[in-house]
Unconditional design. Structure first.
Length: 52
């Protein structure tokens, strides 16, 4: 899972693998908007059944 959060004029990013953060939250840019983007690609070890 990858998470990107816009707020306070900056873009924060964090990546998770196996349900565990892959590092610390990082500032990766600047942007004058607010919101979040979450990309989830279900990992087979966690999500054993796929529903479409």
């Amino acid at each position: 899972m990858e998470v990107e959060v816009d707020g306070d004029g900056k873009v924060d990013y964090e990546k998770y693998e196996g349900g565990v953060a892959g590092g610390e939250l990082k500032v990766v840019g600047e942007r004058d908007k607010r919101g979040s983007v979450i990309e989830l690609d279900g990992e087979g070890e966690i999500f054993r059944e796929r529903v479409e």
